[in-house]
Write a protein that binds this ligand. Structure first.
Ligand SMILES: [Zn+2]
Length: 232
């Protein structure tokens, strides 16, 4: 592979520098103009070689140490690629967490089963974000699939400050559900009395397009009360 191809595109450089606020992601020094992007694994093939996941912003000193560590010096402790990535992500998170508002989300109990109302609310007064939402439907602990579009994780919701965005999906409408081809159990609208739950993955996308993943959370349907109940 020609060396000329080992170059991060502008978009990757911009994001890496915004996400790190140009702090070195190894020694945490504010580096301003003196920041460089290092290829964590220089042996990868294109296009992964120049992926943002393979980049780490570093100062001159740390960059030369990283390059030198490839030469197999017997002294010190080398960084593993995973340690470098974890360390970098820690700095990215530190430098972007102020861009993440308080977001409240989940199913409501305003609609009658099998329709489900769902909302995402940005409780901050200033922060513009988008949110990627994936709702997985489980019947008896088997994954049935997801509702389409805005609940599939592929269509981010616009969450402007103070905005509560409401939507809904219908567990009885096959056209609006992406059923997993391998699923052989009962459909969710016929699951009366069974364990029926929604597992919600939420990822908040900040103004610099960094994605902040939340721990997935679950709601189960109480057949007796006819309502969705948060299951911590
Ligand atoms: Zn450094």
């Amino acid at each position: 592979m020609g060396k000329s191809k080992k170059k991060f595109p502008y978009d990757v450089r911009k994001k890496a520098f915004l996400w790190s606020a140009r702090y070195c992601c190894l020694c945490s020094k504010q580096s301003g103009l003196d920041i460089e992007l290092h290829h964590i694994d220089p042996t990868l093939d294109l296009p992964h070689l120049n992926d943002i996941d393979n980049a780490i912003p570093v100062c001159y000193e740390c960059h030369s140490k990283l390059e030198f560590s490839l030469l197999n010096s017997p002294r010190g402790s080398k960084y593993s690629p995973q340690e470098i990535k974890d360390r970098r992500n820690q700095i990215y998170e530190e430098k972007t967490r102020h861009l993440v508002p308080v977001i409240i989300y989940g199913p409501t109990n305003n609609y009658d089963f099998p329709k489900v109302q769902f909302y995402i609310q940005n409780n901050d007064g200033a922060l513009n974000v988008r949110a990627r939402c994936k709702v997985e439907i489980y019947v008896n602990h088997k994954l049935f699939g997801t509702p389409t579009r805005h609940y599939s994780g592929d269509h981010p919701w616009v969450c402007n400050p103070g905005l509560a965005a409401f939507g809904w999906f219908d567990l009885s409408n096959p056209a609006k559900l992406e059923k997993r081809p391998k699923y052989r159990g009962v459909p969710p609208d016929k699951a009366s009395g069974k364990d029926l739950r929604l597992r919600v993955h939420l990822t908040i996308i900040d103004v610099f397009e960094r994605e902040h993943e939340r721990i997935p959370v679950e709601w189960y349907f109480s057949w007796k009360e006819q309502e969705w109940v948060y299951d911590p």
